[in-house]
Ligand binder design. Sequence first.
Ligand SMILES: NC(=O)C1=CN([C@@H]2O[C@H](COP(=O)(O)OP(=O)(O)OC[C@H]3O[C@@H](n4cnc5c(N)ncnc54)[C@H](OP(=O)(O)O)[C@@H]3O)[C@@H](O)[C@H]2O)[C@@H](O)CC1
Ligand SMILES: [K+]
Length: 504
Amino acid sequence: MLGVWTPDQIRAAEQQLFARTPEPVVMRRAAHAVAVHTARVLTEVTDGVAGRRVALLVGAGNNGGDALWAGAFLRRRGVGVTAVLLAPEKAHAAGLAALRRAGGRAVPAEGASADTSGIGAEAADAVERADVVIDGIVGLSARGSLRPTAAELVRRVSVPVVAVDLPSGVDPVTGAVDGPVVQADLTVTFGGRKPCHVLGAGAVCSGEVEVVDIGLDDHLPAPELRVLRPAEIGADWPVPGPSDDKYSQGVVGVAAGSATYPGAAVLASGAAVQATAGMVRYAGPAADVVRSRWPEVVATGSVGDAGRVQAWAVGPGIGLGASGRDVLQHVLESGRPVCADADSITLLANDPTLWDARDPDVPLVLTPHAGEFARLTGQELGPDRVAAAREVAARFDAVVLLKGNTTIIAAPDGRVLVNDAQHAWLATAGSGDVLTGLIGALLASGVEPWLACGYAAHVHSLAADLAAHGETDDPTEPGAPIGASALLEAVPLAIRKIRRAALA
Ligand SMILES: NC(=O)C1=CN([C@@H]2O[C@H](COP(=O)(O)OP(=O)(O)OC[C@H]3O[C@@H](n4cnc5c(N)ncnc54)[C@H](OP(=O)(O)O)[C@@H]3O)[C@@H](O)[C@H]2O)[C@@H](O)CC1
Ligand SMILES: [K+]
């Protein structure tokens, strides 16, 4: 798993590091890495390094200092470097001196200009003529959106950007963007990923993220968030072994859909069929439709007749009436792990006595979208989705998978996984039903619930990407919109892909 640490955790670790290694040494290590990666980008863009031009956007703090030191290193490799200083009187003194010693130039951002923007002519010229721009406007101490001069400079950038630590304009803790922002091609960050690299708009604005070792590792606590790597999901995805039979791999029960709306039943059952090789039982009024689409599913009319299962996936399309309530109560009383989605969540919100049906020692997964989250908690979801998911997971003693392009998965003990889809192809009717089936199948296979949600979320978003790109299988090519059936069909492709990654 990749770790993600908050700015406060990074700062605390940094103080411990500075007790052993002086700050300028650490800073030069960080800046040198920025220079090395910028040289790589320069080569990709212009086929060379010497004689190329780099503009540094330099703010008031150490983030700007990193950019200035990086400029000094690049200058030594023959790059023409101009620093545009947003706060000349506060610019990092040692970094600025190093840049000047190396033959770099520094100009104020503001000054006499040809237009009314307030950007000086030299600054405008440096940004417009650069081959690559380094963003050192603001880093870990960023507060609020970019100020007007910084925003105007950023607006003028039309070449690849290397962001120092994080793209300026994103909230370091939530990844939220509320105004102008740097769209980086590459972000070079130090010691570990920060939340803004993996959450929301920040994840998109960060571009590729390169983590540089500056000696913080020994001082870092347990990460605030974690991101699963495809290879580790692939290595742990349940597949049948030589001694397995259909029962030993886990039987999942699906309680979803209605006679009038059988789609949710077909999609959730189908996802369970595609996810693992065990048995799928369907219980509900759409049994005939499910059977005709998925003959391998053992379908019965009610949860009472379903037979033994190792886990339940319940909720999509069961309705908010008495029959839906009875289904949910039966499943919660079964003593088996449950993935409760869609109508189940609203039923729990409407009738809190349903919580009493649950054995507190048996895992429960809740998979709300923002609207269901608001119903469940009585509060609108704010920008800090991680804190919200963590709080609700603790409150209901359940694993909470909060849906979105960035999916947050919080365990009751405070652990949080993040899955960033990096696309929006999943914004289609029925895609949630597919996710429910995947999670149910993994729970039945015995995968730990928090990980089951992380595995399912990853395969779900990967399957959507593969389906949208069809035979090209290339995310840089334009994709085409998909429906949930195409998503379902791509689930085996996604599983094969992560299992291949595990072999590499
Ligand atoms: N952690 C580590 O191990 C290491 C960290 N290192 C580096 O240090 C960086 C953190 O540096 P930092 O703490 O000096 O603050 P930083 O982010 O540069 O901000 C400075 C000032 O900007 C301003 N400002 C605030 N918001 C703003 C906005 N929206 N738009 C415009 N301006 C805004 C505000 O100043 P104000 O103008 O309010 O006085 C604020 O004080 C870190 O990201 C990394 O690059 C490395 O060198 C090596 C090791
Ligand atoms: K930055």
